[in-house]
Design a protein around this ligand. Structure first.
Ligand code: CTP
Length: 406
């Protein structure tokens, strides 16, 4: 792919806030302009203490906007127009304070009003001291911004302006440009492809008020649906009971409750799918009989008879058609690689994503995940712990590379 021209003609609003890393924004602006983008810089009032608007207006070839009104002409700078003009908004560096304002809608400067007005994708590159970065307030604000669909370009670890060493350095300008190029360049990789995804837990009723289930939140499957839709796929998301809203894009959501319902929903649709991603945590067993009335306590030992649920992944694998790609997940506590490989073979999958239930900050409920991808040819690719949105991008990158190689 020719990345040189991906940003050609793109309208980018570059928001700069008041942090030491603002000096890197000059290089970022220059790289964006060099890549052919039209860059409109917005600086917060504090940013001007760190880098001069003259530098940025010279590099971008446009007057820098800071205030709602240009003092000497009285001209109103319309945040609405800017928001609509933008193909992307990049906030680099993003201080803890701007991140908090964005997360809560405190629109007291041009940067945050433009953020609230834009319909374009927003990329946020935080930069701050390590303790501010790790503070639960910042973590929560970033997680909120991420949940609204913003792209967080994680801060790097290294020496900080305070001379402390830790996480908080703004990502390098070259890397930020690369993220934009990947975003715009990969936009249509799955265009015309149908992707079927299962997500969340299943719930197996015992009686009118009780059920068997698991702790799956559905976050990984929903992040995959968002990622596939963002790359142009036509997505069908078969979701167990979760409290997540359907991501934006071409996504048809089919809500199911039990493994049997999920099985029927998937098998009815699998033949038409180019890619099937089985991310759901399907209950392996259900009660042989669902009581029609509440099971009463009589003081004795209660024995439930459980019968196996159908293996949805194995059913899809069995009926796999030529050119179809089937991706499974394996959540393991022990002997991860070995068990995952065995599942891939047993279910006739093309690749399997292993995540360990023992890994910190990963797995069910967590916002992050640590995965290892295993291909049917035995290739093992481990990844770092990262937000599930970024994990989804890694998985879809891998799927796309397999599709190109097949
Ligand atoms: N899966 C499925 N239907 C099931 C069980 C699992 O589609 N009834 C899928 C999962 O979505 C996942 C893969 O199969 O992609 C592996 O699921 P996992 O629960 O790890 O494996 P199981 O086959 O259930 O094996 P075990 O519970 O013994 O680890």
């Amino acid at each position: 792919m020719n990345y040189n021209s991906i940003l050609e003609g793109k309208h980018i609003v570059l928001g700069i806030t008041g942090g030491i890393a603002a000096y890197k924004s000059a290089a970022l602006c220059r790289l964006m302009v060099k890549a052919g983008a039209q860059v409109q810089v917005i600086m917060t009032p504090n940013a001007r203490e760190f880098i001069t608007p003259v530098t940025l207006s010279t590099l971008s070839g446009r007057p820098v906007i800071t205030e709602f009104f240009t003092a000497n002409t009285g001209q109103w700078n319309s945040h609405v127009d800017l928001g609509l003009w933008a193909d992307a908004m990049v906030i680099a560096p993003a201080t803890a304070s701007t991140i908090a304002k964005m997360a809560t809608g405190v629109a007291d400067n041009m940067l945050v009003t433009s953020y609230l007005s834009t319909r374009a994708p927003v990329f946020i590159a935080p930069a701050m001291d390590l303790d501010m970065m790790a503070h639960p307030t910042t973590v929560r604000n970033l997680s909120l911004l991420r949940s609204y669909g913003n792209h967080i370009i994680e801060a790097a670890t290294g020496e900080l302006a305070s001379h402390l060493t830790g996480k908080g350095r703004m990502e390098e300008p070259e890397r930020i440009v690369k993220v934009l190029e990947e975003y715009f360049g990969t936009g249509r990789e799955l265009a015309g492809k149908r992707v079927l995804i299962t997500a969340g837990p299943t719930v197996e009723k015992l009686d009118p008020v009780r059920y068997l289930s698991n702790f799956s939140s559905g976050k990984m499957g929903f992040a995959l649906a968002a990622q596939c839709a963002a790359r142009g796929a036509n997505v069908t998301l078969v979701a167990g009971p979760v409290s997540l809203s359907t991501p934006a894009g071409q996504i048809e959501r089919v809500n199911v409750t039990s493994a049997l319902e999920m099985h029927d929903a998937v098998t009815a649709r699998a033949a038409r799918a180019d890619v099937v991603i089985l991310c759901a945590a399907v209950a392996d067993y259900r009660a042989e009989q669902t009581a029609s009335s509440k099971i009463k306590r009589d003081g004795n030992v209660l024995t439930l008879t459980l019968v196996p649920n159908p293996d949805i992944a194995a059913a899809v694998g069995r009926d796999k058609r030529d050119g179809q790609l089937i991706v499974g997940f394996a959540l393991e506590t022990d002997n991860g690689l070995e068990n995952a490989r065995a599942k891939m073979v047993r279910k006739k999958l093309d690749m399997i994503v292993l995540n360990s239930a023992r890994e910190p900050n990963a797995g069910f409920q967590a916002d992050n995940n640590t995965i290892t991808i295993i291909d049917s040819d035995g290739t093992v690719t481990p990844y770092d712990n990262k937000p599930k949105t970024d994990v989804a991008a890694d998985i879809v990158d891998h799927i796309v590379s397999l599709m190109h190689n097949s």
